[in-house]
Each structure stands twice: as C-alpha cells, then as structure tokens.
Design a protein around this ligand. Structure first.
Ligand code: 1AE
Length: 406
C-alpha cells in the first residue's frame, strides 16, 4: 500500500498522547474503527491512517499548561484516499485538523510513486545555470525598489543600472501589480530592449522576472502572453494563490518559463511555534514539488530573519536528491555585500544572492551596489577576505563602510 507520511508536533498529557494521535489517524481517514463489523474492518483496512511513531518530550512542557508536554508523531495516510494533487493532500493531512487547537504540520514524506505525480521545477538549478550561462558562482539577483507610482522611464533607469552592475536576474518587487504607469506587457517589452542594449554594451546578459499578478483564472493567459512577448522569467506570489496554481503554470508547455516563488503571506502560517505549517515544508518541499525554479525565503541574517536551523532545513528540502530537479535556494531580505562570505559558507555555490536595499542603497546607486556584490562574490570564491578585496575595489569598499563586513 502506498502512503504519504505526515510529521506533526502538538501538546498532550503523556497518558493521552497515544489516543490523541490515533484519533487523528482515524478521524482523517475512515472515522471509527473498533466498533465496525469485521467485514467492514477488512474492507476499510486499505483506507486506514496509521500512527507510525510517537515521542513525548517530558522536558518540554506546554508554556501555559504544565500537565501537557510537547509530542511529535507521524501518521501515514494511504494514497488511495486522495487524488494526487496538493489541495487534496493538504486537506487530508491538515485540513480540518489545522483548526483543531495547537498542532503544527512539520513535514510530509512523499513516497517515490506519489512524487512522480508532481512536475517539480521545469528548469531547476542546472537548467537556470544553462539559461544564464553562470556555472562557477552563486547567481546575483536584485529587486526593483520604490517603483510604485513611478513610470516606465523610471523603471527603465533602475533596470539599466542593475544590469550595468552585472546582476544576473532583476526581479519585480512582489508588491508591483499590473498598473497604468507600468503595465505588465510594457514592462516586458521595454525591459527586453534595455537588457539587449546593456548586453551589447557590457557583454553580460541580465534576465528580468516580471511579477505575474491578477485574478487566478487570468494567470495562464497572462503568462502565455508574457512568453509570447519574450519574457525571461515569472515571479509568483505562490502563497497568496496556492501551490496548485504554481503547479498548473509550471505544467503548461505554452508558458515554459522559469518561475520564482515569493514567500509573501507565508509568515501567517510558518511563524508560530505551536500552530501552522513549518517553513521547510511551506517554502521548501511544497514549493519545490509544485515546481518553482527559485524559492525566496528570509535569510538568517536580515530584517525578517528566520533561525539558521530553519533556513538550513528549507535549503535542504529544495535541493535534496530525489526524482525532481532541485530548486535554487534564495535566502533574502536585508542582504548586503558584507554578508556574501557568510551566505556562501551557509548555502554554498548553488544559491542565489538576492538584494533590494543592498543594491539600491549603495552610495554609487544600483550600478555600485551590483558591482560591490560581484566583487564580494569573486573575492570570496578566490579565498580573499572582503577587506583584502576592498583595497582593490572601491564599490566594495564603500559597501563595507556603509553596511559592515570583513
Ligand atoms: C524574503 C523576501 C525578500 C524580498 O522580497 C525583498 O523585497 C527584500 O528586499 P531587501 O533586500 O530586504 O531590500
């Protein structure tokens, strides 16, 4: 029998823990068990959820109810109970249960055959490296900033500066929606012209990820339009739309563009310790299974930081070997050039270094910010400290003075 296994944490008295877990396993599958006639029991056996493990952490009592201790348990659910799609899976393993007191869904273990029902990234890390032709360093991505209320010429100036500094991908800010001043189609076509010009001028090709926004049922046509206009990549606020929307876009051969997943809204369900869905599952496993090529998440160092242990778990979920392509980890928020050695030490070569304020806030503007990042990346990969490299590179030196870093 093929199953999916869900790991949970919750709180219970030690005496009631086994019954609590068993009630969930039955409640989310066949309902009752012991009162059923033998014939029904035989027939329903293949649909029954099963508690696979249970641990009680007596040393971790509930903060407000000392009779209860933290518990961790796993339940396997037969795949025959649901259709192979993320909405059905999440409804089975954590639908009504998510409303039932203090319980957090920590992880999901997809068996090999269930995993095959999902596309995973169309390009993945290797595909994105082939597209960008960047193989020997982390990619550098930057974000348009302060562009709301601004027109196309303003956006064009920002794009040109980021590209001239040597950024690999420029992405829209997630809060930039389709609007009369900078319409979706025009952003793509004007952006293309500028990036072709900077390529001819510098020899470095920068790609632009346009924010795919609007009503859910319009997204497919809009993404196809983006493709026909020559868009390089799409940004999607995955957690406001849902994983299945991402998956549908990924599976559409008429779109076939890299998709960057933004974590907007995910804090609403990943942040609390005792309820919700873990960050590694939300921003890692599910985002990869649904098919994002890049997954942005708060880094351990910036202004909306996650714990290092959590970002490690996200990166691991995005890149662990399985039948799906790997998703690029993009530790973000508050990133500046001084953090580059730490980012590479923590996430390795296969990550995307992503910054908004750390690019645009540079004393020499976005060109200087991008140059400082590229200089910091090169120095780190050559085994130099940033201080050593800064003596040769003025943009890096100015960034270190402004934001710190050695
Ligand atoms: C975790 C998402 C980060 C993001 O979207 C963003 O805009 C970051 O901007 P900066 O680099 O913090 O200015």
């Amino acid at each position: 029998m093929t199953t999916i296994t869900a790991d949970y944490t919750s709180y219970s008295t030690p005496q009631q823990a086994a019954r609590y877990a068993e009630n969930i396993a039955l409640g989310l599958t066949i309902g009752t068990w012991t009162n059923l006639p033998t014939l029904d029991q035989q027939q329903l056996q293949q649909h029954k959820g099963e508690v696979k493990s249970l641990e009680i952490f007596d040393e971790q009592p509930h903060p407000y109810d000392k009779n209860k201790a933290k518990i961790q348990f796993s339940i396997s659910y037969p795949t025959v109970n649901f259709s192979p799609d993320i909405p059905a899976i999440l409804t089975t393993v954590f639908g009504k249960l998510s409303l039932d007191g203090e319980i957090k869904l920590q992880d999901l273990h997809f068996g090999a055959s269930l995993l095959r029902a999902f596309p995973g990234p169309r390009f993945g890390i290797e595909g994105i490296r082939d597209l960008t032709q960047v193989y020997n360093r982390p990619l550098l991505m930057s974000i348009f900033k302060t562009v709301i209320g601004r027109d196309l010429p303003y956006l064009a100036t920002q794009l040109r500066a980021q590209a001239e500094g040597g950024v690999d991908i420029v992405k829209d800010d997630e809060i930039l929606f389709d609007n009369p001043l900078t319409p979706f189609s025009k952003r793509i076509t004007e952006g293309k012209k500028i990036l072709q010009e900077t390529y001819e001028q510098t020899g470095h090709r920068t790609r632009y990820a346009v924010n795919l926004t609007g009503r859910t049922f319009d997204l497919r046509d809009k993404a196809r339009l983006a493709k026909s206009l020559g868009a390089d990549a799409l940004l999607l606020n995955v957690h406001t739309y849902g994983y299945d929307v991402l998956q549908s876009l990924v599976e559409d051969d008429d779109i076939a563009l890299p998709i960057l997943a933004h974590p907007a809204l995910s804090g609403a369900f990943i942040s609390a310790e005792r309820v919700g869905i873990s960050a590694q599952l939300a921003l890692g496993t599910l985002t990869r299974i649904a098919g994002a090529d890049l997954s942005l998440f708060p880094s351990p160092y910036g202004n909306v930081a996650l714990a290092k242990q959590t970002t490690d778990a996200i990166a691991q979920a995005l890149t662990a070997k399985n039948s799906l392509k790997a998703t690029f980890p993009v530790p973000s928020a508050g990133i500046h050039p001084g953090l580059v050695p730490q980012l590479i030490a923590d996430f390795g070569m296969d990550c995307v270094i992503n910054a908004g304020g750390g690019i645009h806030g540079h004393p020499n503007g976005a060109v200087g910010g991008a140059l400082a990042f590229r200089q910091a990346i090169d120095a780190t990969l050559q085994g130099l400290t940033l201080t050593e490299a800064a003596s040769q590179h003025r943009d890096l030196q100015q960034a270190l003075i402004l934001w710190g870093g050695q």
